[in-house]
Write a protein that binds this ligand. Structure first.
Ligand SMILES: C[S@@+](CC[C@H](N)C(=O)[O-])C[C@H]1O[C@@H](n2cnc3c(N)ncnc32)[C@H](O)[C@@H]1O
Length: 519
């Protein structure tokens, strides 16, 4: 049975009934799945819900929106007060939503508008990363619980994987949100992006893989608080450096991070992108545009540069650099900045966050690779960690991005307490990172294997191991603690050597620790 309309519903209904709004047909109080929605335009799969203040924090509403959006409906929530006080604005916003391809809406008339117009226009025509239509391999990989456990331990080494976690993918691009939803079926994933094109690709994946745990919103990061939701995990990679004011973006994300939540961020690194900024300047001088032909010519031009041009290393290392959209993303982006390590630490502090760890830490550590073999290694190691990282960034000179984990600065308890001082480490349970490899060919003299993390781009970060170390390494099964592993491999070198080897495996990003027993 239909209930009586509220005053706001009545005011809106008067203007959208009988195809008055752009000729689109609306029904009111219609059943969809297990819900009654306030208004729906089935042709455009657009639902309008009018909310009073009491709805602002409602988890039922979020659940309902996510289920309706999994059915392919866009849900627009509008405040009653907006309808009463700004009916013309609301109707205009609805009309522009109706005229778009059926897709996800901003949550309020203001959302998704404003500061990021140029960036948004850019991503409408150059969605990034290159869209993918098939996640089958990814689904297979993440069926292995240890893979998910390893990722969770990177974020929270002292916790069992959080069930039912709320994940926000901010600036989700074409596939990242679908990947997270597929990977973590027990989590609820909310994804936001300002580009409809990116969301459309994500929606295709959502349909294909029936991702009921994924809710999509066309919404700018700067307006993320309009979701009225807090998140355990926030993923924001390759986005904040494109914002007109990255501080506003990061603070907004901080405001929706749960107190003991974790943020995975990736931003550009300044020194390693020097060649990119030179070529950006070059493109501006020449007025290079973003048409297919221009991008083809630009790709050919970059290909003709000498191998010691500062951009050559970046182009070689980035797997898709010659792809036109990747090229546009790197060289023609309307808004792009980069951070040195000290700038990054200061940025986090300004925005109420603290640094947790690098996703891959070996490239920043003086104990690893070629840096460890320089005469400065000991001096570098005597600095505080932030200064070590700053110095090693300068020494390496070519890091193009910083990929790291941050926490709220008012977090309760230590976020990354892994240490090899004291005795706590004996209780750590090591787990191999799933994207590592153990190679047994073309070995350096004296070694029986070389350990590689495929996410490392510096070849000097490969770790050769000898027979005694291999015996310890073979004991790592994700179940036994270091203490138990070392007992079984007692004869494989002394205790101090074994401790140092475990520490090295961790520094070189071969393993993560389940430290729940120690904290
Ligand atoms: C380089 S892509 C990265 C996509 C994804 N995070 C990944 O790593 O694969 C940047 C994405 O951020 C989106 N974006 C840019 N500015 C944004 C903003 N202010 N709010 C939300 N999304 C934004 C773009 O539309 C684009 O889809």
């Amino acid at each position: 049975m239909r209930r009586a309309l509220t005053p706001a519903e009545f005011a809106l209904w008067k203007h959208i009934r009988d195809r008055q709004l752009g000729g689109f047909k609306f029904d009111r109080q219609e059943p969809i799945d297990r819900y009654y929605v306030d208004f729906v335009c089935r042709e455009r799969r657009l639902i309008i819900e009018l909310d009073g203040g009491q709805h602002s924090e409602s988890s039922e509403d979020r659940q309902r929106d996510s289920e309706l959006s999994a059915l392919g409906y866009r849900v627009i929530r509008i405040w009653n007060s907006d309808v009463i006080e700004n009916l013309d604005g609301v109707l205009q916003m609805l009309l522009s939503e109706l005229e778009r391809e059926p897709l996800t809406p901003p949550l309020s008339p203001q959302a998704g508008r404003g500061r990021a117009d140029a960036v948004r226009a850019f991503y409408e025509s150059h969605p990034y990363p290159a869209p993918i239509g098939n996640l089958d391999r990814h689904r297979e990989l993440y069926r292995k619980p240890d893979r998910r456990r390893a990722l969770s331990l990177l974020l929270w080494p002292t916790e069992q994987p959080r069930a039912n976690r709320e994940i926000l993918v901010a600036g989700c691009g074409t596939s990242q949100a679908a990947i997270h939803a597929l990977r973590e079926p027990d989590a609820r994933v909310t994804a936001i992006d300002i580009s409809e094109t990116s969301l459309r690709y994500t929606r295709d994946l959502q349909r294909k893989y029936r991702l009921q745990n994924l809710a999509l919103h066309r919404l700018a990061i700067e307006q993320v608080e309009e979701l009225g939701q807090m998140f355990d995990q926030i993923v924001c990679t390759g986005v904040l450096h494109h914002l007109p004011d990255p501080d506003i973006g990061l603070r907004s994300l901080r405001n929706v991070l749960a107190q003991n939540g974790a943020m995975h961020l990736m931003v550009y690194a300044a020194y390693g992108r020097a060649g990119i900024y030179m070529m950006q300047e070059y493109c501006r001088l020449l007025g290079v545009g973003a048409s297919d032909e221009e991008l083809r010519d630009l790709g050919t031009t970059i290909g003709a540069l000498s191998s010691d041009h500062p951009i050559a290393g970046v182009a070689r290392r980035a797997k898709d650099f010659r792809n036109p959209d990747a090229l546009a993303d790197a060289l023609l982006h309307p808004q792009d900045r980069a951070y040195t390590v000290p700038q990054l630490y200061a940025w986090l502090e300004r925005c109420g966050l603290s640094f947790g760890r690098w996703f891959e830490q070996a490239p920043y550590l003086p104990q690893c690779g070629a840096v460890a073999r320089t005469p400065h290694a000991a001096r570098l190691a005597s600095l505080s960690p932030p200064l070590q990282h700053a110095a090693v960034e300068l020494l390496r000179g070519t890091m193009p991005k910083h990929n790291f984990i941050a926490y709220r600065d008012d977090r309760l308890g230590d976020s990354q307490p892994i240490t090899f001082d004291g005795d706590a480490w004996r209780n750590y349970v090591p787990l191999r990172l799933p994207w590592t490899l153990c190679i047994r060919e073309r070995l350096p003299p004296g070694s029986v294997a070389v350990l590689i993390n495929r996410a490392h781009t510096y070849p000097d970060l490969a770790l050769p191991i000898d027979a005694a170390q291999e015996q310890i390494f073979a004991g790592i099964d994700g179940k036994r603690s270091i203490g138990e592993i070392l007992q079984n491999a007692a004869e494989a070198g002394g205790d101090e050597q074994a401790r140092r080897f475990m520490e090295q495996l961790w520094e070189y990003d071969q393993i993560v620790f389940d430290a729940t027993a120690s904290y």
